[in-house]
Design a protein around this ligand. Structure first.
Ligand code: ADP
Ligand code: MG
Length: 437
């Protein structure tokens, strides 16, 4: 594999990192809390976490593009206190200049280094060649496929010969086949020692991608972002997704991530005491019902391995987790160690007709989702049986970011509407009771 000059030497050291985003209003948003991380020479490390968990924020801090609220970053022992020249970054969105050619887009990576133009050109051509873009030097981004554009993004990062390559979900905007080709090409270059870099830190929400590519996986929790597990991947490269050991590891990581999910509503990471401030994972009632229906039918018969279920339904982790979490929250399912199992109520739900499903859902919604009960209580108490949504939005923002508050309110609204508990009127921005008693 890759032969580093000083294997195991710490290249990037992150200590006690904390980051708050200042919001306009009263409370700040704690995005990263107490993050410690070491990236060593010769390794590819994945930072695996869900969207909104602070992964991009962490990468920007490491690159010196954003000063942390507390804690330190050092690269090769040098404290980072501004854009770090040792680091180059690849973005999900490619971030190319549309009015520049491939060659110019790559050369731009060298702008800051003050190299003579001939050397700049040679280095850029070398990077373009390395990454398989030979012959496209004078093409413009709009003439390229997504995969080729990301190759330009990679060439631009590599042309500076950075010590550390940071990649922020670099394959997630690409179609499945293109993404896989690029992953494989990258791993091959790395294994052959042809990449002018010493270590890679890659952000992803895709478990299989992390297991396929990385020597080590750091599992990142949400809200605030924190490293909750470290997993060594010792399978030899090139790895095979169908290898039983590969599957077992993917299952194990699913298990760890869902174990957190299972513990989440009651435990740390969710600040509020009364439960109203709990972030609702969401998922439309259609999807919730669909998953329960898929679960009762063979081969699952009420109990499924999450990765298999995801495969069966053609869903990705990011899509399946929220649905599974919501079912767990509503006590229609239990999630443990990478498995999801319908509860008695979940099985009953599937057998009911439309109206009885709604009634059962309403019961569970009011009993197990404190925010739904809270909104209903306020509406019950008011003579008008109406209340502006903004009032609840503000309340939620004491506990979570504006985005999460919006999503949480959206989730509870769609569930309540389905269950005919309360409704939201777009025109007035108010909640109202569906069936005031
Ligand atoms: P990820 O990359 O894991 O999806 P991010 O680091 O992009 O997560 O964002 C983490 C959280 O911080 C999210 O809730 C997001 O809305 C919030 N956030 C990101 N950037 C800013 C910003 N510039 N100002 C305020 N909040 C932000
Ligand atoms: Mg991100």
């Amino acid at each position: 594999m890759h032969a580093p000059a000083n294997p195991n030497a710490a290249l990037v050291e992150v200590r006690g990192l904390k980051h708050l985003y200042h919001k306009g209003g009263a409370s700040d948003l704690l995005v990263l809390d107490d993050v410690d991380l070491t990236l060593r020479e010769g390794e590819i490390v994945a930072l695996l976490g869900r969207s909104g968990s602070g992964k991009s924020t962490l990468l920007r801090i490491i690159a010196g593009l954003l000063p942390p609220s507390a804690g330190t970053v050092a690269i090769g022992g040098r404290p980072v206190d501004g854009p770090a020249p040792e680091v180059a970054m690849v973005f999900q969105s490619f971030a190319l200049f549309p009015w520049l050619t491939v060659l110019e887009n790559v050369e731009i990576g060298l702008e800051a280094q003050g190299l003579p133009s001939e050397e700049r050109r040679q280095r850029a051509l070398g990077a373009i060649d390395l990454i398989g873009l030979d012959g496209f030097e004078s093409a413009y981004p709009k003439e390229l496929s997504g995969g080729m554009r990301q190759r330009v993004g990679l060439a631009r990062a590599l042309v500076v010969h950075p010590q550390v390559l940071l990649m922020d979900e670099p394959f997630s905007a690409l179609d499945v086949l293109t993404a896989e080709t690029l992953r494989t090409d990258l791993l091959e270059l790395w294994a052959e020692g042809r990449m002018p870099i010493e270590a890679i830190l890659m952000v992803t929400h895709n478990i299989e991608e992390a297991v396929l590519m990385c020597d080590r996986i750091l599992v990142f929790s949400s809200n605030p972002g924190r490293i909750v597990a470290e997993i060594m991947v010792e399978l030899p490269q090139p790895r095979n997704r169908l290898d039983p050991e590969f599957r077992a590891l993917v299952d194990d990581i699913y298990g760890r991530m869902t174990a957190r999910v299972a513990a989440a509503p009651a435990k740390e990471g969710l600040p509020s005491g009364n439960g109203i401030g709990m972030i609702l994972p969401g998922g439309s009632t259609n999807r919730l019902a669909g998953l329960m229906e898929a679960l009762v039918t063979p081969p699952f018969n009420g109990d499924a391995d999450l990765p298999r279920l995801a495969e069966e339904l053609g869903l990705e982790v990011d899509e399946l987790f929220p649905i599974a979490e919501s079912l767990q929250l509503l006590r229609f399912a239990e999630v443990a160690e990478g498995d999801i199992r319908l509860t008695e109520a979940g099985r009953r739900f599937v057998d009911l007709d439309v109206d009885d499903r709604k009634r059962l859902f309403a019961q569970h919604l009011i009993s197990y989702v404190p925010l739904a009960a809270h909104i209903k209580r306020i509406l019950d108490e008011r003579p008008s049986h109406r209340a502006p949504a903004i009032r609840f939005q503000d309340e939620l923002e004491d506990h979570m970011s504006e985005d999460y508050a919006q999503e949480t309110l959206r989730a509870v609204t769609s569930w309540a509407r389905y269950a005919e508990v309360f409704a939201y009127d777009e025109a007035t921005g108010a909640f109202s009771l569906e069936n005031p008693s």
